[in-house]
Design a protein around this ligand. Structure first.
Ligand SMILES: Cc1ncc(COP(=O)(O)O)c(C=O)c1O
Length: 450
């Protein structure tokens, strides 16, 4: 289809219609939110039709400071005005040097001291691939341990498709993934819930790894999220995370923590690993570290740096603007205590949502950490299981998302059954905005469940 002539057919409905006709069937968020944003500031997005929305999606958790934060815009403008090259592969620049300094200053010292950073292609999934390859190279093993509900990106097959033998040679080939039970209290894989479920998970993982007939070939790494995002906003208990660290360390299995979504203050600490105090062998970082522009890195303990030059290369690894915006964001979050503020506001929102669950039986569970909050919707008429959880209500969740949008609130779904409303507001959310989000959400759930 030819492109429309300039100035014609630019109404919101025409733009949406052309998108439906020209973009792939894999369109995702565009299906949930049929709006055409034209302006955005902080937590507010304005559509082409003049309607304004409070954005609780924040670019899937990317916008720590909300849309177009003045600090981010100033960093971008400064860089543009300086005449710095905007694209530079992985050459050294003052902006990259400064971003690296800001990043290392933000990381827990026990991890950052003696760590290395690798700049990846600008998506979280590429940094996950890099971390896994790094540990495959370091251990000479191929497989990995991962968890039920985990989400780490979309490109698991990309290396297998690559023909360049030089970069594949040190790797022992595509390995298998052993799936382990994540501690999800509400829908406990062991049917017991709570702390007991998390303890069973840790015991199971440890005994499975030690069972000579357990079927687990020694893996290259364990990969986990400290709070599962796409899996339905499931925070792992700190004791369980410490158990995973101990179990992997005792068996010399590198631990990769994927902080793509949890990083930069989101969970009420600069990095989610700080809650439990664990020191991983590698951390995968993306989303908010680019200050709303694409950027992804893997940071890892120096002793794993067994890569050959070019072992994980890629064209778009030197986005100067993203590095400037990212450094400004990291420093602004730290200097203004925004992680601590996320903890306070998040706790308050969870408390109010739990009170609301008493009035609205369609709310089965409210959970989260900081400003990563999940509201799991259930069928209140169905029988609860042994843990007290009723069946998930994905159709109700879709109706609630639509009712939210009609009330000027952008909320996306996630979780095992796509029945978890996920709140990821910017860390800069005001008390008034938090109250408005909860009012609109409560109204939408009540209306959709009626
Ligand atoms: C924990 C986690 N890891 C990796 C990814 C993949 O990141 P990207 O979509 O930038 O490839 C995501 C994306 O949501 C994520 O939440």
């Amino acid at each position: 289809m030819p492109a429309p002539a300039a100035g014609t057919g630019s109404s919101a409905s025409a733009v949406l219609r052309r998108q439906r006709l020209r973009e792939s069937a894999a369109r995702t968020y565009a299906r949930s939110f049929p709006i055409v944003p034209v302006r955005a500031s902080g937590m507010t997005v304005e559509g082409a039709d003049g309607r304004r929305y409070l954005d609780c999606l924040s670019g899937a958790g990317t916008l720590a400071l909300g849309h177009n934060h003045p600090v981010v815009l100033a960093a971008i403008r400064r860089t543009l005005d300086s005449g710095a090259p905007l694209h530079l592969l992985d050459l050294a620049t003052a902006e990259k040097d400064d971003f690296t300094t800001a990043l290392f200053e933000s990381l827990p010292p026990a991890f950052a001291d003696g760590a290395r950073v690798h700049f990846c292609g600008p998506a979280g999934t590429d940094a996950v691939e890099a971390a896994l390859k790094l540990m495959q190279t370091a251990t000479g093993r191929s497989g990995a341990l991962a968890f039920t509900g985990a989400y780490h990106g979309m490109t698991a097959g990309s290396l297998a498709l690559t023909g360049n033998v030089a970069v594949k040679e040190p790797l022992p080939g595509g390995g298998e993934v052993v799936r382990l039970p994540y501690p999800y209290g509400y829908r406990c894989p062991f049917g017991v819930g709570g702390e007991a479920g998390a303890e069973l998970s840790a015991t199971y993982v440890e005994r499975l790894l030690d069972d000579p007939a357990g079927g687990v070939v020694p893996p290259a790494a364990m990969v986990l999220e400290a709070v599962q995002g796409e899996g339905g906003v499931v925070p792992a208990p700190d004791d369980w995370l410490r158990a995973m660290r101990r179990i992997t360390a005792e068996r010399r299995i590198p631990l990769i923590v994927d902080e793509v979504q949890t990083g930069v203050g989101r969970t009420g600490a600069m990095w989610a690993v700080e809650h439990s105090g664990i020191v991983p062998d590698a951390m995968v970082l993306s989303k908010a570290i680019g200050g709303s522009l694409p950027l992804a890195v893997v940071v890892y303990r120096e002793e794993y740096d067994g890569w050959r030059p070019g072992a994980h290369t890629g064209t778009f690894r030197g986005n100067t603007l993203a590095m400037a915006a990212g450094a400004a964001t990291l420093r602004h979050v730290a200097a203004n205590g925004l992680a601590e503020r996320a903890a306070v506001v998040g706790d308050r929102m969870v408390e109010r949502l739990r009170a609301l669950a008493g009035e609205l039986p369609a709310i089965g569970d409210v959970r989260g950490r900081g400003l990563m909050i999940g509201v799991e919707l259930v069928d209140p008429a169905a029988e609860p299981d042994a843990c007290g959880a009723r069946p998930a209500a994905p159709e109700l969740a879709v109706r609630v998302r639509e009712a939210c949008l009609a009330r000027g609130l952008i909320v996306e779904l996630g979780g095992r059954h796509d029945a978890v409303l996920r709140l990821l507001p910017p860390l800069t959310i005001t008390d008034e905005q938090a109250a408005a989000v909860l009012d609109r959400l409560a109204d939408a759930i009540a209306a959709a469940a009626a």
